[in-house]
Write a protein that binds this ligand. Structure first.
Ligand code: IVH
Length: 705
């Protein structure tokens, strides 16, 4: 007889089911209770589906405590528990392709409702499926009295103290004002999703990184916006939640008592919630029949990357509440709703190598080369590790299994390493102290996060990037001059500087590898065409640090001609719209370098030209001679922005208040400067009044005396 251990690498269904249950319990605890998942959702779903499949094939293996038998997470111990008056359900997920998924849902609904073919389409509401956490907001006589998480669907946690910090959630509903004649019901539970916008998430993580860099203990960065939001909502201390920017979308209702004129459709309710001041996603649409659902799924799929927040799919709901009631529920899922997902934005893959790339400005970036993985709708093979500190913090090593995230048009990122999957002790990644391309010293200046190659245009990598930057469509647009060609031209030593491009002849091009005569001629034609350009394109193409397209346009408009710009002082540059001290200095430094001047002259000599004009009218300087002091946090402007605007209008911005100060602009949490101003009798104004003085506010004249 064979000993069963010999088959240890082929577990029996019972063993595998037990293994999966243990893993799923572990990961569910990390996810729901600790808000600190170690694996992507897609991986959790795979394990979950594997267990479901085993249990379906072997019903005798099903245990009552199997994770497949539960709806949500466990309830966190430390927050008070709340029993939901109406359970918070989950939605069935349609995994089919978009056309068959919507058709299958529509088909089921029609069957359940006993509709025949000639009966006309069913009306649905199509909504976004927000990737945050479900919340139930209870209003009694219009006042927010309780906010609860979903928990296991029957009871959740009381998080009222944290939810009150979310500005988008009304603390009181003023029904009379918003919807005349529709009084707010005595009891109203609004259900929706608390989430974090992607930009807020990036800013939060940036702040966290700074805290960590400054040596703060117990701080961490967040894996994704949903976990950052969940962590904030479940804080015991509302002071912490208040510092984490959260947002909300309403999508449904719980208990409603005492409403005589309740809407009879989902859409009607959403519109009423909107009128009461709850955020409702503008994409929400009424769709008739399966075809319109498919079109919605496609339309939103195309917009997904541009949305300011993560969604993981769309939700279709039967619009009529009467029909919803007729359709009812199966276990914990309504028959009248279905979720239709998009490709996951986080996946697992392995690190094949860690390369260091050299950018146009010499910046060295560590990049993880990955086993190809389909994430966020594209196949990803590279993910940036940003810089030395980030690479060290994440401790990514060759051979590691990592979570890769790609959300929106944000570049793919390694979120974290699955340490239990690491084999052996692969070496820790270190940044090279020489440029991997040209061998020049790579240095990290004090206070900077990046290493830079000091080779300048001696470095082939920087030369190549500079040429590609100049040739790109948004700059002078040399069609056909792509990576491969530039690579060959620079490596062969044929092109070293931008003006060399215009010295290229047919023979030089045609003799390159894989270059047909016709393509060589096309490149020459494109080069000739690029000589007729515009000043903003040319300026942008030069690749001056901090001068993007918008700044290039502002510079061109302001100065009208290149020569006027070449000779502009830092002070004159500061007069340009949106140009601050860093940008002004960068432009000046660029044009002070003789070799950059030479490049500009040679390009002009080669025939690159653009129409020039007169300088723009000098901006009026209504605040010339006035001195301002800024203090506190302003509602819309950053301190630097306010300063730049005042300076552009001719004002001086000082750091401390004295008798010479004309105005103190005070924002939220203004400190001792405000006291000093009051003591000295200096005029104190707010941001709006400052904008009025600048002539950019809503009101014309200010009423300051
Ligand atoms: S309706 C009766 N609508 O998806 C159906 N849920 O499993 C109750 N979600 O965690 C939910 N966007 O928070 C509904 N437009 C939307 C949604 C949505 C996101 C979340 C919900 C829950 C999960 C449902």
């Amino acid at each position: 007889m064979t000993h069963p251990d010999l088959f240890a690498d082929e577990p029996s269904p019972a063993q595998r089911a037990a293994e999966l249950r243990a893993q799923l319990h572990h990961h569910a605890h990390l996810y729901y209770t600790l808000d600190a998942p170690e694996i992507p959702d897609a991986e959790y779903d795979r394990l979950f589906r594997e267990l479901q499949a085993i249990e379906a094939a072997h019903p005798e293996l099903l245990t009552p405590d199997s994770p497949t038998q539960r709806v949500g997470g466990a309830v966190l111990k430390s927050l008070p528990s709340v029993r939901h008056a109406v359970p918070m359900l989950s939605i069935r997920t349609e995994t089919d392709t978009e056309a068959t998924g919507a058709a299958a849902f529509d088909g089921r609904i029609r069957r359940e409702l006993g509709l025949a073919e000639g009966d006309g389409p069913v009306e649905y509401v199509a909504e976004l499926k927000f990737d945050g956490l479900a919340m139930s907001l209870r209003y009694e006589r219009g006042v927010l009295v309780q906010a609860a998480t979903r928990g296991d669907g029957e009871s959740g946690e009381d998080v009222t103290h944290n939810i009150r910090t979310i500005g988008q959630i009304p603390l009181r509903i003023d029904g009379a004002a918003a919807t005349a004649g529709d009084p707010v019901p005595a009891v109203l539970e609004v259900r929706g999703e608390v989430y974090m916008r992607r930009d807020d998430f990036e800013a939060l993580n940036e702040r966290q990184r700074q805290k960590i860099a400054a040596g703060a203990k117990g701080e961490k960065t967040f894996v994704n916006p949903r976990n950052a939001a969940a962590g904030a909502v479940r804080q015991l201390d509302s002071g912490i939640a208040a510092q984490r920017p959260l947002s909300f979308f309403a999508y449904g209702l719980g208990e409603v008592v005492g409403d005589q004129r309740a809407p009879d459709t989902q859409f009607g309710w959403l519109m009423r919630l909107k009128a009461w001041g709850f955020p409702v996603a503008e994409q929400t649409a009424v769709c008739r029949g399966a075809d319109e659902l498919v079109a919605f799924h496609q339309r939103i799929g195309a917009q997904r990357d541009q949305l300011p927040y993560d969604i993981d799919g769309v939700v279709y709901k039967v619009n009529s509440l009467a029909l919803q009631q007729q359709l009812g529920f199966v276990t914990r899922e309504p028959r009248w709703a279905v979720a239709h997902k998009y490709p996951a934005q986080e996946q697992l893959t392995t690190v094949l190598a860690i390369d260091v790339q050299v950018g146009r400005t010499g910046k060295l970036t560590p990049v993880a080369k990955l086993a190809p993985v389909f994430v966020g709708g594209v196949t990803v093979t590279n993910a940036t590790l940003h810089n030395e500190d980030e690479a060290r913090r994440k401790d990514v090593r060759v051979g590691d299994t990592v979570i890769v995230r790609r959300a929106g048009d944000v570049i793919p990122e390694v979120v974290s390493v699955l340490l239990d999957k690491r084999e052996g002790e692969p070496p820790v990644f270190t940044m090279p102290h020489e440029c991997p391309v040209c061998g020049s010293a790579a240095v990290r200046e004090e206070g900077e996060v990046d290493y830079r190659c000091t080779g300048g245009l001696f470095c082939a990598a920087q030369r190549k990037q500079a040429i590609l930057h100049y040739a790109q469509r948004r700059a002078v647009d040399i069609e056909g001059l792509g990576d491969k060609l530039v690579e060959q031209l620079v490596d062969a030593g044929v092109v070293n500087t931008l003006p060399d491009l215009y010295k290229l002849g047919f023979t030089a091009l045609a003799s390159l590898e894989r270059m047909a005569d016709k393509s060589a001629q096309n490149v020459l034609d494109a080069l000739a065409k690029s000589k007729t350009t515009t000043l903003p394109r040319f300026l942008f193409g030069l690749g001056i640090r901090h001068v993007g397209e918008a700044t290039a346009k502002d510079l061109a408009r302001h100065f009208g001609s290149l020569d006027r710009l070449l000779d502009a002082s830092v002070d004159e540059l500061l007069q340009v719209n949106d140009v601050g001290p860093v940008v002004a200095q960068s432009i000046r430094t660029f044009f002070d370098q003789p070799h950059n001047r030479e490049v500009v002259e040679q390009l002009r000599a080669a025939g690159v030209s653009w129409p020039e004009g007169e300088p723009a009218e000098r901006a009026p300087q209504p605040l010339l001679g006035k001195t301002f002091v800024l203090t506190g946090t302003f509602p819309t402007l950053k301190r630097d922005e306010a300063k730049a605007m005042l300076e552009a209008a001719g004002a001086k911005v000082a750091g401390s208040v004295s008798k010479k100060t004309d105005y103190v602009v005070a924002g939220e949490e203004a400190g001792s400067k405000l006291d000093k101003a009051q003591e000295l009798g200096v005029a104190v104004i707010d941001e709006a009044q400052m904008l009025a003085l600048l002539g950019t506010g809503t009101g014309g004249e200010s009423d300051l005396t």
